[in-house]
Design a protein around this ligand. Structure first.
Ligand SMILES: NC(=O)c1ccc[n+]([C@@H]2O[C@H](COP(=O)([O-])OP(=O)(O)OC[C@H]3O[C@@H](n4cnc5c(N)ncnc54)[C@H](OP(=O)(O)O)[C@@H]3O)[C@@H](O)[C@H]2O)c1
Length: 268
């Protein structure tokens, strides 16, 4: 497939993860147009990936058939105002949390808008992103978006834009939940006599390993859990304690709280 020229508005961490991955996969440096006001970031893009970034939107942006919006949501309005005269013909891909596709379509004068909600493991190619496309987005556009996001990990299409709030609450915020759980595991294990380094290694390898085991299996999570829970055994003792403390209910409330906050931010 002949890939179109790709523009990034914002050349920060996420843009570097995507553009760097595509460069490593063989896309030529001159297939990218990046707008990045911070000089240090422009230098990083040039040094690491040979990509020359512009300090402000300019005519070269017109070459781009796909524009990736990778600025913080609070600077979107300002960034869009400056870039809009050059990008209205293009497919727009936003990775900004909370900025609705309606707002992006209005600000860019393009109805072909895809929103992605990635997560931080994207920075090492191990992320998962929820994707939502407006009605004007074609099958070819969808394939191009998927190709652009390949360096960040996996992706999953959603039918309704509101579902992005749930993705935000699950996989977007999710890495923090796992760190929170791992922090508690490390704290308990150090109280019980392991060094912090030993506890960290064991906790993280267990989280990663359990996730891989589940990914390689078609069995329900409940079955996988029951398989390591023999009656009267150690896991059973721990799970009884978790149940008594109503930890599952607390996690459900936490995810609801995150989704409510995502909805609120989308309206502001
Ligand atoms: N990191 C993640 O894993 C993750 C996950 C989910 C969603 N996201 C979303 O992805 C987006 C980018 O995140 P990030 O981590 O890559 O942020 P970042 O590293 O701060 O990158 C944003 C870049 O955009 C630049 N910028 C600011 N104003 C601009 C303008 N008017 N025009 C063009 N560029 C401008 C910033 O420069 P200055 O530093 O000078 O301001 C910065 O270098 C955010 O909306 C975030 O919510 C990120």
């Amino acid at each position: 497939m002949q890939h179109p020229t790709l523009a990034f508005i914002g050349g920060g961490n996420m843009a570097a993860a995507i553009a760097g991955g595509l460069r490593r996969a063989g896309r030529p440096a001159d297939a990218f147009v990046v707008v990045e006001p911070a000089q240090a970031q422009r230098e990083r893009l040039l040094d690491e990936f040979g990509i020359e970034a512009l300090p402000a939107p300019a005519k070269r942006l017109r070459d781009a058939q796909l524009v990736v919006w990778a600025v913080k949501p609070q600077v979107f309005a300002e960034a869009a105002q400056a870039a809009a005269p050059f990008v209205g013909h293009a497919l727009q891909l936003s990775i900004m949390a909370g900025v609705t596709s309606e707002r992006i379509a209005a600000a860019t004068h393009s109805e072909r808008v895809v929103r992605a909600m990635p997560n931080t493991p994207a920075l090492i190619g191990q992320g998962i992103a929820g994707l939502y496309a407006r009605a004007a987005v074609t099958e070819l556009d969808r394939a191009e978006v998927e190709a652009v996001l390949v360096p960040t990990g996996r992706s999953l299409w959603l039918e309704r834009e509101e579902q992005l709030d749930v993705v935000t609450a699950l996989s977007g915020s999710g890495p923090a939940y796992f760190f929170y759980v791992c922090e508690a595991l490390v704290a308990a294990a150090t109280e019980l006599g392991l060094s912090e380094a030993q506890a960290r290694e064991l906790a993280l390898a267990t989280c990663g390993g359990a996730a891989q085991l589940a990914l390689h299996s078609s069995e329900p999570l409940t079955t996988l859990r029951e398989r390591v829970t023999s009656k009267g055994g150690t896991t059973h003792a721990a799970l009884e304690s978790l149940r008594a403390d109503r930890v599952a209910e607390a996690i459900e409330r936490a995810v609801h709280a995150a989704a409510a906050r995502a909805r609120e931010l989308g309206r502001s």
